[in-house]
Design a protein around this ligand. Structure first.
Ligand code: ADP
Ligand code: 5GP
Length: 190
């Protein structure tokens, strides 16, 4: 079994990407480390610095850009930046882990291009846009304006699905978790 591979997972916000990743990682059956991204957005209730994200000020984020510390970064929503720190990937890969990246579609395509066969890109698709809206409303972590913004971006994000190595539809959650797990397992054991 090889280590030091990247697993890129992208999906429109609210698709169930974090739920699927958390389920797989909490089982602990595969050697997977989560790539903690940097962002200038505020933490949601329960989110912790260094666990979910490195929550940075605008100034700190800009400094990392200037210092070329990011493998990639994107302005995913107006004024809201997210980026993958080179140090984060390197330390986890060098420690012998495979690394999961939960990043947006542009970042996902960018990292895949940089890492080639050392990375697997996986796209999680919602059964429909209306199901996506419903999930965001039920999650109740974002204001109606933010939900509109995220649903509005979903169509753009869905157009990237064909650029990914694999697509999993998250309709039935258990099935989506199993399918995702199988795809990752095949890749890291190849
Ligand atoms: P993302 O990380 O893609 O933004 P989340 O994992 O936070 O999405 O999921 C959004 C919401 O949808 C959460 O409340 C989650 O419990 C719910 N959810 C996830 N998968 C499903 C599913 N297959 N069916 C119904 N609800 C789901
Ligand atoms: P959220 O605010 O819901 O946590 O994340 C919003 C979006 O930003 C999601 O699509 C998530 O995958 C993406 N994202 C998180 N971290 C990164 C990153 O490091 N780079 C890029 N390009 N996108 C990221």
């Amino acid at each position: 079994m090889s280590t030091g591979k990247l697993i890129i997972i992208s999906a429109p916000s609210g698709c169930g990407k974090s739920t699927i990743i958390n389920r797989i990682m909490s089982k602990g059956e595969m050697d997977l480390a989560f790539s903690v991204s940097a962002t200038n957005r505020s933490p949601r209730p329960g989110e912790q610095h260094g666990v979910n994200y490195y929550f940075l000020s605008d100034e700190e984020f800009r400094r990392h850009i200037a210092d070329n510390d990011f493998v990639e970064y994107e302005e995913v929503y107006p004024g809201r930046f997210y980026g993958t720190l080179r140090s984060e990937i390197e330390s986890k890969c060098h420690a012998g882990h495979n690394v999961i990246l939960d990043i947006d579609v542009k970042g996902g395509v960018n990292v895949k291009k940089q890492f080639g066969d050392k990375a697997l890109s996986l796209f999680i698709q919602p059964p429909s846009i209306s199901a996506l809206r419903e999930r965001l409303e039920n999650r109740a972590t974002d204001s109606p304006e933010v939900i509109d913004q995220r649903v509005g971006r979903a169509e753009f994000e869905l157009s990237f699905a064909p650029s990914y190595d694999c697509v999993v539809v998250n309709d039935d959650l258990d099935k989506a978790v199993t399918e995702t797990e199988q795809i990752i397992s095949r890749y890291i054991n190849a």
